[in-house]
Design a protein around this ligand. Structure first.
Ligand code: 2M8
Length: 423
């Protein structure tokens, strides 16, 4: 078996091994539950060889939807002590134990792709899932949209970019008083230098306790919440998801007027996130109006959302020229850049795929292919890690990672050409 065929097999094995029956864990040990956007990527990977299993992944995810429409960022299908904080810390009273926040709704975009792959087989499943997707987006519109239309996050975990420098100032303003002592499990699995700091974790847990004390009541959290950030990454993923939702509504012959309103609002919202001082889209503190002054890979997700912002092309060229395995999660010219610390520098294959596929759709074939080749080499040379050092490619975080395997199968692998299910 040639090396690359071997990697295809290994990627499938990773998805199969991380399959817990209807849902896939991001990686054994470090993340033993179902995570929201990880599952969307898992479905994308499964679609390459098992479309039925791909649908099931999202069906399981949406089965954890709350009555108010929110789809949690973690579903605790059982209890596993290798992860902290577990269901007892979140204290939500959902039917299926879960966290109390969401994550970027990539699942909507993936469902459209699954349906398009086989509309006949997928029709009944789509009919069943569509109302759930609609309710989730209605929840985003009601509870996660700022006055300008940008999408906000109420916890760094909600963005999926946990310790991104975007949140530093807002997190520093929180004094995590009254926190009970706790035992982090992540740093038993992965070297602490690749993970968030204790100061970060204190605030993560303080924010969970704060919302729990308010019974996860969105009205109270909007009025009293201490962390509310408009996030370009989530905004772009929502905007793209809404366009896909609208297309699905059209295919099912459902009304689109409400979705059209959300699309227009979110489009206006992302414009409000353009920070002229750094020449990129940037996070913004809803409580103070301040930008975070952070040039990250989140900005380039505008291409995933179908926004052909050519001002960013030379910026991307500059960043790619400075590293071997782009795109780093933070501009290496930023003094806070840390090549192995999680969301403060490393390269994430799945964000490369979203950005690269978006570039290709907008006709920037050269740049899109460059990003794909960077990702292909990064994985081929260093394995299916959670994230990678952009300078030397060394693997970081968890290993045998679901989303990296999925990205390999569906986009980065040489064998993905031609069979690619465009995102
Ligand atoms: C990371 O986040 C979790 C908390 O949700 C953690 O560190 O414990 C992030 O990279 C997030 O984006 C991802 O969904 C999750 C599972 O891969 O891990």
């Amino acid at each position: 078996m040639s090396g690359v065929d071997g990697l295809d097999t290994e990627a499938r094995d990773i998805l199969r091994d991380n399959d817990r029956g209807g849902y896939t864990v991001p990686t054994a040990g470090l993340y033993p539950y179902q995570w929201n956007w990880d599952s969307a990527f898992a479905a994308f990977g499964f679609a390459r060889f098992d479309l039925d299993r791909a649908w099931r992944e999202i069906e399981t995810l949406l089965s954890g939807q709350w009555e108010n429409g929110m789809v949690p960022h973690i579903l605790f299908h059982g209890v596993d002590d290798s992860y902290f904080p577990g269901p007892d810390v979140w204290g939500t009273d959902a039917v299926l134990p879960s966290s109390g926040i969401t994550q970027p709704p990539l699942a909507t975009t993936i469902i459209r792709r699954l349906y398009q792959k086989d509309p006949i087989a997928g029709r009944a499943r789509l009919e069943r899932l569509f109302p759930r997707l609609l309710a989730w987006h209605r929840w985003f519109a009601a509870h996660r949209t700022d006055s300008h239309g940008a999408i906000t996050v109420t916890h760094p975990w909600e963005s999926g970019r946990d310790n991104a420098p975007d949140w530093d100032a807002a997190m520093a303003a929180i004094d995590p008083v009254g926190l009970a002592s706790y035992d982090r499990r992540d740093i038993h699995e992965v070297d602490a230098s690749m993970r968030p700091t204790k100061a970060d974790y204190d605030r993560y847990l303080w924010l969970v306790a704060f919302a729990r004390q308010r019974h996860w009541d969105e009205k109270r959290l909007r009025a009293e919440g201490r962390f509310r950030m408009a996030d370009p990454a989530t905004s772009f993923i929502v905007l793209r998801a809404l366009c896909d939702l609208r297309a699905l509504a059209g295919m099912l012959g459902r009304p689109t007027i409400e979705i059209d309103g959300w699309i227009a609002a979110t489009r206006a919202g992302v414009n409000h996130l353009w920070n002229a001082e750094i020449g990129a889209y940037d996070s913004r503190n809803v409580l103070t109006g301040a930008f975070s002054a952070t040039l990250s890979n989140a900005s380039f997700l505008c291409f995933h959302a179908g926004i052909d912002d050519r001002r960013l092309l030379p910026v991307m060229e500059r960043i790619l020229a400075g590293v071997r395995y782009g795109l780093p999660s933070l501009d290496p010219a930023d003094p806070r850049f840390d090549p192995r610390r999680y969301w403060r520098g490393p390269t994430w294959a799945m964000l490369n795929m979203l950005i690269g596929s978006g570039l290709a759709r907008l006709g920037h074939a050269g740049l899109a292919e460059r990003l794909r080749r960077h990702t292909q080499a990064m994985i081929a040379e260093n394995g299916f890690a959670e994230y990678f050092d952009p300078i030397d490619g060394s693997p970081a975080g968890g290993r045998r990672f679901t989303w990296t395997a999925a990205v390999w199968l569906g986009w980065a692998a040489p064998s993905a050409s031609g069979t690619r299910m465009e995102i």
